[in-house]
Design a protein. Structure first.
Length: 205
């Protein structure tokens, strides 16, 4: 499942470039995966392609989108409109992939009423009013406020949460939680840079 969004992104790029069909090798290269693994993944969707032709790009986009639940429009509620929250709110790529941010909320009453990417910032107290069935919650608050916001999202009925705050959150078993920690990713890259420099200097064997 985790690889399906990668395939979908590659397929959208291929479609935008005017490709109507793609071989398994071509799609695997575009997605950065092994072609045998890709064929096995897609076979689970019942999609085997056509010998000598490959996969129909548009049809495969529809299949993967349906598998990921993107066939229907999914509502996203974003809490925290600091620098990161504003950047996320203004990112057009969400809506083009069937994930539209429908509500922006913040605990700072000084930000309530602001217009960001065509949406009006509402106070966090209004969260129960804006959460729709199947909404995804996005947390872009400081770490100190993240757990409280998470609890409010869960209490409002949100069962899928994406956390950008640099902290560990606790959620009930029925809630799916994903975390994006940009500082950790940068630290990992820093480690690799340090290791490459050490190898170049002959420090590491």
């Amino acid at each position: 499942m985790a690889r399906l969004p990668v395939y979908l992104r590659a397929l959208h790029t291929l479609a935008e470039d005017g490709h109507t069909t793609v071989s398994s090798e071509g799609l695997a290269e575009a997605a950065g995966v092994n072609s045998a693994k890709l064929r096995k993944d897609l076979s689970h969707l019942g999609s085997y392609g056509t010998r000598g032709v490959g996969y129909d790009v548009s049809h495969l986009i529809d299949e993967i989108s349906r598998e990921l639940g993107l066939a229907r429009r999914c509502s996203v509620v974003l809490v925290g409109v600091g620098n990161l929250g504003r950047a996320l709110a203004g990112y057009a790529g969400f809506a083009s992939r069937g994930l539209a941010i429908d509500a922006l909320l913040d605990a700072d009453r000084g930000r309530v009423g602001e217009q960001i990417a065509g949406l009006t910032v509402r106070h966090i107290d209004e969260l129960p009013e804006v959460v729709a069935g199947g909404s995804i919650g996005v947390i872009a608050t400081p770490a100190s406020a993240a757990q409280e916001v998470c609890d409010l999202l869960v209490a409002a009925g949100v069962t899928s949460i994406l956390n950008f705050a640099p902290t560990i959150l606790t959620v009930p078993p029925q809630v799916d939680l994903r975390k994006v920690d940009l500082s950790i990713e940068l630290q990992i890259l820093s480690f690799h840079e340090h290791r490459k420099a050490a190898l170049a200097e002959g420090v590491l064997a």
